[in-house]
Design a protein around this ligand. Structure first.
Ligand code: NAD
Length: 331
């Protein structure tokens, strides 16, 4: 058995080699993503895994089928970059790693909010100038005096709710298309997005990106928030209309935003762009905006996550090679 691992980095090598030895399966690593131009590299292999940022489009699925490959194992939780109907048509099982370290993303989401709540960058800029004054510009509010809206209460959102509720004493409101009774002790569910955001001081996003959630935060929704709110997005860029967000900040609806994901981030992630021009004017505006703290899709990025993603991707690939299906198949 032979597996080709697309879009790998050197830091994954030790985990890939350990897995390969343990399972007696050969795994080759390449840095390229899985694209129409790179799919031919998979010929001769039995399965593939990738950590894709760019969309995977035809003829990739068709070509994999022609090589006798029946899977693509995505090494992340999100799988919005796949064309699932086309994959199914070509007998390709798409899998993800649904729960590689939800704590990593949850911690980063809360950390990002606290950074804004406590005016961390402003304080640093003042300290850099040796301005040690206490002034209302840097005065904060404790989280236990705040209401937090968790949008999407799943693996990550429920952990975020737990930190805010049990760790920090906030009032937590949850909105989810499928509310789960097990989280009733952490938050109060409401029936609509509007209700969830109308009293919130912090809005934190944790839904997947699909047709139901695309641009969930558009001009109309952003106009319904309580003015002064902080928005945190560590889920998917496409949940937010970025231009509308910048407008909402400039008009004072939203006070500040922490953005770990941007809808059109794929060409830039994760690359060294130093000295190069960013052609995307909206992305540049996000980077330049004094009230937006941008991070490069880094919420997941911990040692535990990298190890679990490698193992999850390779386990799923081997399961499809041996049985034709896998437990982490996405539909
Ligand atoms: P999950 O499936 O456990 O939870 C998602 C929740 O959202 C579910 O309870 C679901 O019912 C709800 N939901 C779905 N569509 C909705 C909608 N339109 N409105 C309201 N609720 C909706 O997923 P998870 O493991 O918690 O991950 C959530 C997302 O976080 C992933 O899909 C991924 O896109 C993103 N993510 C980002 C990073 C990062 O590094 N920035 C890392 C991992 C995951």
């Amino acid at each position: 058995e032979k597996i080709l691992a697309y879009r790998t980095t050197e830091e994954e090598r030790e985990f890939i080699e350990a897995w390969s030895k343990e399972h007696g399966v050969k795994v080759d690593m390449i840095p390229e993503p899985l694209l129409p131009e790179t799919v031919h590299l998979a010929e001769g292999y039995d399965g593939v895994t990738t950590m894709q940022m760019d969309p995977i489009v035809d003829p990739v699925y068709e070509r994999l089928e022609s090589y006798g490959i029946h899977n693509i194992a995505q090494r992340s939780a999100g799988f919005d970059m796949y064309d699932l109907p086309s994959a199914t048509n070509h007998g390709i099982v798409i899998s993800n790693v649904p729960s590689y370290s939800p704590e990593s993303i949850a911690e980063f989401a809360v950390f990002s909010a606290l950074n804004l709540v406590r005016n961390r960058s402003l304080i640093q800029a003042r300290v850099d100038e040796q301005n040690f004054l206490w002034e209302t510009e840097i005065r904060a509010r404790p989280i236990n005096a705040m209401t937090v809206a968790v949008i999407g209460v799943g693996r990550i959102g429920s952990r975020v709710a737990r930190i805010y509720r049990q760790g920090l004493g906030a009032k937590v409101i949850g909105y989810d298309i499928e509310p789960k009774a097990e989280y009733d002790d952490l938050l109060t569910y409401v029936d609509s997005l509007e209700e969830a955001i109308q009293d919130a001081d912090i809005i934190t996003l944790h839904t997947p990106l699909d047709a139901s959630s695309h641009h969930m935060f558009d001009r109309e929704t952003l106009a319904k928030v309580k003015p002064g709110v902080i928005l945190v997005n560590t889920a998917r860029g496409g949940l937010v209309d970025a231009e509308a967000l910048i407008e909402a900040i400039d008009q004072g609806y939203i006070a500040q935003a922490a953005i770990d994901v941007y809808e059109h981030e794929a060409p830039y992630m994760p690359k060294d762009w130093r000295g190069r021009t960013i052609e995307d004017a909206t992305f540049q505006a996000i980077l330049d905006h004094p009230k937006i703290v941008y991070t490069p899709h880094i919420a997941y990025y911990t040692d535990v996550a990298v190890k679990n993603l490698v193992q999850g991707g390779l386990d799923a690939t081997l399961e499809v090679i041996r049985t034709g299906d896998c437990q982490t198949r996405v539909k």
